[in-house]
Design a protein around this ligand. Structure first.
Ligand SMILES: [Fe+2]
Ligand SMILES: [Fe+2]
Length: 266
């Protein structure tokens, strides 16, 4: 599919859970996504056990992609204690792996972080009591801060946030209520209120809900592949999302403010 002059198309999917036996099984999906979109977004759990071998299989499958790829890691990519090996293998394959960083592709800013668990709203775990509880909550806060610092760097009109864990309860609904606290954290929603984006993509909740919204109305999409496969078995398992291309004649707010400040009075 040729590029659109007026919009940028994203194909988003998470929870590929690539194993050493996945060779040849993901290439078709990636080729379809690459043909349908200008950018491929990968929302974590890219490998099943986070081994270098799995990451190499995935990297090989990703050679079917001819558009830029931006990713965050998921909890499964940490299972073997070597997420850096997963990151390195993917980076060598040209994937931009975001861990509290931001990048700009086709004029759209993308901020990414894995995120963490902890629960939603009144069910959020508080930092109180044993050191282990405080450490757990601290990890959620740390991931939220990573997302915030990545968002703060973006100067584009159009912005996307990429996560593995969910920032809202709405897109994990469908999972057993007992495990909601392990599927995401409202702490990840807070930076999204301070730095609004056009859309949020996450995975992790394989049996959740496809769409929800933050309290300030930003659409949140759960793109866990098992969920997409189950709910849309007749379609390739990725979500397509489109944003208008940034117009060169529209000044950025920060640039406009700087120009206004520099202009002489009157
Ligand atoms: Fe997963
Ligand atoms: Fe996960």
């Amino acid at each position: 599919m040729s590029k659109s002059a007026t919009s940028v198309r994203f194909a988003a999917v998470g929870d590929l859970h690539a194993t050493k036996d996945s060779a040849g099984t993901l290439r078709g999906l990636f080729a379809q996504a690459s043909a349908a979109a200008d950018v491929l977004l990968l929302c974590g759990d890219l490998t099943d056990y986070g081994t270098a071998e799995e990451a190499h299989v995935l990297a090989e499958e990703l050679s079917a992609v001819s558009v830029p790829i931006v990713a965050v890691l998921g909890n499964h990519d940490y299972e073997s204690g070597t997420p850096q090996l997963v990151c390195e293998a993917l980076s060598r394959a040209g994937v931009r792996v975001l861990d509290g960083e931001a990048c700009e592709i086709e004029g759209v800013g993308i901020a990414g972080a894995k995120g963490f668990a902890g629960g939603f709203g009144r069910g959020s775990l508080g930092s109180w009591g044993e050191p282990a509880i405080k450490q757990f909550v601290q990890e959620a806060l740390h991931e939220a801060m990573k997302l915030e610092s990545a968002l703060a760097k973006l100067r584009t009109q159009r912005r996307i946030a990429l996560l593995h864990y969910s920032p809202i309860a709405g897109t994990v609904a469908g999972e057993p209520v007992d495990i909601f606290p392990f599927l995401g954290s409202s702490r990840l929603e807070e930076p999204l209120l301070r730095y609004p984006v056009d859309a949020v993509f996450h995975g992790h909740a394989h049996r959740g809900t496809l769409e929800g919204r933050t309290v300030n109305g930003v659409p949140v999409y759960n793109v866990a592949r098992p969920l997409l496969l189950r709910l849309h078995p007749d379609q390739p398992p990725f979500r397509l999302f489109e944003l208008p291309r940034e117009r060169a004649d529209v000044q950025q707010p920060a640039v406009a403010a700087a120009l206004a400040a520099a202009a002489p009075d009157g």
